[in-house]
Design a protein around this ligand. Structure first.
Ligand SMILES: NC(=O)c1ccc[n+]([C@@H]2O[C@H](COP(=O)([O-])OP(=O)(O)OC[C@H]3O[C@@H](n4cnc5c(N)ncnc54)[C@H](OP(=O)(O)O)[C@@H]3O)[C@@H](O)[C@H]2O)c1
Length: 259
């Protein structure tokens, strides 16, 4: 049985991870981190009694095999280091991380196995394996990215859009410059640009469209999440595949598709 601690347990993603963990026969949710603004006793009323709730990261990671984190960048950085101190595997899906927060994740990965993915859905994991080939073969075609999310999403553009953009740029020999939105004013497309467009509306869970176009034809690939379970199931699968590995920073796609 995999003993799991969850960060962001009261959030949109955390609640779904908790539901999916409860339905998984091989995973036991044993602990959850609660933000300082919430009362522990109050929060425990809406969660299973068996889940140990705490405000304290070192208490959270004690006696668990793996931590799953869907929270805020500043929490993620501290949590990665706390997991490393306790030798606990760390899975994070939090997006909008700054360089200093990525540095904390890299530091943690020197002593524990870590996976950070901006998108834990199977569809995006597969797309990330296909996109380099498309970007390379269609190197002369224009490329633009559009993403749509619910009105409460904090970061823009989405972590997934940035991941896809970086994968396209890495696959192309010529320099690529990212352009965030266009206009107002003159916004003629320049060679080597990759436009990234963020839309925030309603309850959209997450939609990404990648467009390649020449003067004569185009290809547009769209991925959308029908439910947050798409991400939660992937994060739990990453946890299963991460525990017991050597320290290091692992890619979700590699964990899923390694032979
Ligand atoms: N990788 C993926 O597949 C994927 C998929 C979806 C979302 N995400 C990302 O996951 C993150 C969370 O998304 P969400 O929609 O679940 O957001 P959310 O609903 O705002 O949840 C954020 C969670 O973090 C908690 N939190 C905030 N500050 C905290 C602190 N100082 N200490 C402890 N806990 C704290 C919140 O507690 P309160 O409830 O008390 O505020 C809440 O439980 C975002 O970065 C989002 O972009 C990733």
């Amino acid at each position: 049985m995999l003993r799991l601690a969850l960060i962001g347990i009261t959030g949109r993603m955390g609640r779904v991870v908790a539901e999916c963990a409860a339905a998984a026969p091989d995973i036991e949710l044993v602990a959850g981190l609660v933000s300082p603004s919430r009362d522990l006793a109050e929060t425990s009323r809406v969660l299973p009694r068996t889940v140990r709730l705490t405000h304290d990261l070192s208490e959270l990671v004690s006696g668990v095999d793996v931590v799953i984190d869907f929270s805020r960048p500043e929490v993620t950085a501290d949590a990665a280091l706390a997991a490393a101190d306790s030798g606990v595997a760390f899975v994070s899906g939090t997006t909008g991380l700054r360089e200093s927060e990525f540095a904390a994740i890299r530091q943690a990965a020197t002593s524990i196995p870590v996976v950070h993915a901006t998108n834990f859905s199977i569809g995006i994991a597969v797309l990330l394996r296909i996109v380099p080939e498309l970007a390379r073969v269609l190197a002369s075609w224009d490329c633009e990215l559009m993403e749509r999310h619910h009105r409460q999403k904090r970061d823009a553009p989405s972590g997934t859009a940035l991941t896809l953009a970086r994968v396209v740029a890495a696959a192309r020999a010529a320099n690529t410059s990212f352009v965030y939105g266009r206009g107002p004013g003159i916004a003629t497309r320049q060679p080597g640009e990759l436009g990234i467009h963020a839309i925030r509306a309603g309850g959209e869970i997450g939609r990404h469209a990648l467009l390649f176009a020449s003067d004569e034809e185009g290809i547009e690939i769209t991925h959308w999440a029908q439910s947050r379970r798409a991400y939660a199931a992937g994060a739990l699968e990453a946890a299963r595949r991460l525990v017991g590995r050597s320290p290091g920073l692992y890619q979700f796609t590699d964990l899923l598709y390694e032979m």
